[in-house]
Design a protein around this ligand. Structure first.
Ligand SMILES: Nc1ncnc2c1ncn2[C@@H]1O[C@H](COP(=O)(O)OP(=O)(O)O)[C@@H](O)[C@H]1O
Ligand SMILES: [Mg+2]
Length: 270
């Protein structure tokens, strides 16, 4: 379970106003829930995920994950509980290493076993099994440099690495945004399968309203650092991509207005 309590992150820009990128967010995500997060550019989605991963410090509030108060934990300490996949397929993997060597690095992370185990037959078999079960054929690429894979294939290897030890939380920040539509679709289907099969708790930021409408158990719409829509169960299933596009347009027009008018519109229309 992930719990945020009044989590706040404020950035001060030189000469400019203070931006509350995360503005008093209180949120409970039960274990096994797949949460999709959307919001206009600059609404605070990445800062929210960064504050959970430990790349951004909270100014106030707290974060609990799997019965630990992780508010003051460093990023590397949190990485033992949290798997992450970013937008750039090159992030999180080493281009010069083979697919298997990259997976070995993930498999060894935080473990005592040395690299001898990493290159062992059992790891090779496990890696082939996991890759092949998601994308048949990908297991034949184990000994090739990961840099030779397509962006979509590389994101799937990154997903397998991020979920290798079944993390308490999986954070995905627009991890299909840099891919062509067909590859994005394959990566999204792989994500949904991995989350379901391993009963993962996941927060997935997406720019795709179609993905947001069809995927996950719960949808959060973020605006100006706040959760302005939180839909789960039947309410989530009823939301179509068109509904979400309509709400987005409202938020964009609210952004043109002054602060108080914008807040009133947000309350009225979201
Ligand atoms: N390191 C930073 N320093 C100053 N402002 C930042 C920083 N990171 C993000 N911001 C600001 O915080 C707001 C939210 O940004 P971000 O979380 O990246 O939004 P999103 O991911 O929803 O596009 C934006 O106004 C952005 O300019
Ligand atoms: Mg972002």
């Amino acid at each position: 379970m992930l719990e945020l309590n009044a989590a706040t992150v404020a950035f001060s820009t030189t000469g400019g106003p203070i931006v509350r990128a995360v503005d008093g967010v209180t949120l409970t995500v039960p274990a096994g829930q797949f949460v999709v997060v959307i919001g206009t550019n600059g609404s605070g989605k990445s800062t929210l995920l960064g504050s959970i991963a430990g790349t951004v410090r909270l100014d106030s509030g707290s974060i609990h994950l799997a019965d630990h108060d992780i508010t003051r934990w460093r990023e590397d300490q949190r990485a033992r509980l949290i798997g992450r996949v970013f937008q750039d397929p090159r992030a999180g993997t080493a281009a010069s290493l083979t697919v298997l060597e990259n997976i070995a690095v993930a498999a060894c992370r935080g473990r005592r076993a040395g690299l001898s185990w990493a290159t062992s037959r059992s790891l090779r078999a496990a890696a082939a099994e996991r890759l092949g079960s998601i994308v048949p054929g990908l297991e034949t690429r184990l000994d090739q440099p990961i840099g030779s894979l397509s962006g979509g294939q590389r994101q799937i290897v990154t997903l397998v690495m991020a979920t290798w030890h079944k993390p308490d939380l999986l954070l995905l920040d627009e991890h299909t945004a840099a891919l062509d539509p067909a590859a994005a679709d394959r990566v999204v289907q792989a994500t949904a399968r991995l989350v379901r099969e391993h009963h993962l708790t996941a927060l997935m930021v997406t720019h795709s309203l179609a993905q947001a409408a069809t995927l996950g158990d719960r949808l959060l719409l973020i605006h100006r650092g706040r959760i302005v829509l939180d839909a789960h169960g039947a309410a989530k299933r009823r939301l179509s991509a068109d509904d979400l596009a309509y709400r987005f347009d409202r938020l964009r027009s609210a952004d043109q207005l002054d602060e108080s008018a914008a807040r009133a519109l947000t309350v009225l229309y979201v």
